[in-house]
Design a protein around this ligand. Structure first.
Ligand code: RB5
Length: 142
C-alpha cells in the first residue's frame, strides 16, 4: 500500500519517526516534506498529500502539524478527502470503520511518539465496514 505523508515544522520530528515505522512495516512511503524543521505553511504540505490521493498516487495519507487541526482543516477542503484528526486509538479505528477516512492527521505537540505509532497502526490496519448506513452518510458529505 502506498502512503503519502507530510508535515509542517511542528510535525517534522514525528513525521520522520512515523516514516521509519511505516518503512519497517513494509509500506511504500512518499515523503512530501517538509524537509527541514524550519517554519513553514501547513496548507502547502496538506495539498501535496491531497494531490497524491486525488491523483491516485497514494491510497492513504498522513498529515502532522503541531496540533493536527490546521492540517485536517486544509485537507478536508478537498472533495473526496476524509481527513480524521485522531489522538486516541478508538477514534483512529472508528474513523476507518465508520467514516472511511483516507487521511490521518495528528498533532505532534499533543501526543507522544508511542501513542502516535499505535494510532497510525490502528488507522492502517482497520478497514471500512462497507455498511450501507455508513456509505449513505459519507455520500451526504457533498
Ligand atoms: C505552527 O506553529 C502551528 O500553528 C501548526 O503546526 C499547527 O498546529 C496548525 O494547526
Amino acid at each position: 500500500m502506498k502512503i503519502s505523508i507530510a508535515s509542517d515544522h511542528g510535525g517534522y520530528q514525528l513525521k520522520q519517526m512515523v516514516i521509519d515505522h511505516l518503512k519497517a512495516r513494509g509500506f511504500e512511503v512518499t515523503d512530501r516534506g517538509c524537509d527541514v524543521p524550519v517554519s513553514c505553511d501547513y496548507p502547502l504540505y496538506a495539498k501535496k498529500v491531497t494531490d497524491d490521493l486525488t491523483a491516485g498516487d497514494a491510497e492513504l495519507g498522513i498529515l502532522i502539524c503541531g496540533t493536527g487541526i490546521g492540517m485536517s482543516m486544509a485537507a478536508n477542503k478537498v472533495p473526496g478527502i476524509r481527513a480524521a484528526l485522531c489522538h486516541d486509538v478508538f477514534s483512529a479505528k472508528a474513523s476507518k470503520e465508520h467514516n472511511n477516512a483516507n487521511i490521518l492527521c495528528m498533532g505532534a505537540r499533543v501526543i507522544g511518539p508511542g501513542l502516535a505509532m499505535m494510532i497510525t497502526d490502528t488507522f492502517l490496519d482497520t478497514k471500512f465496514t462497507q455498511d450501507e448506513r455508513h456509505v449513505r452518510r459519507i455520500s451526504q458529505f457533498s
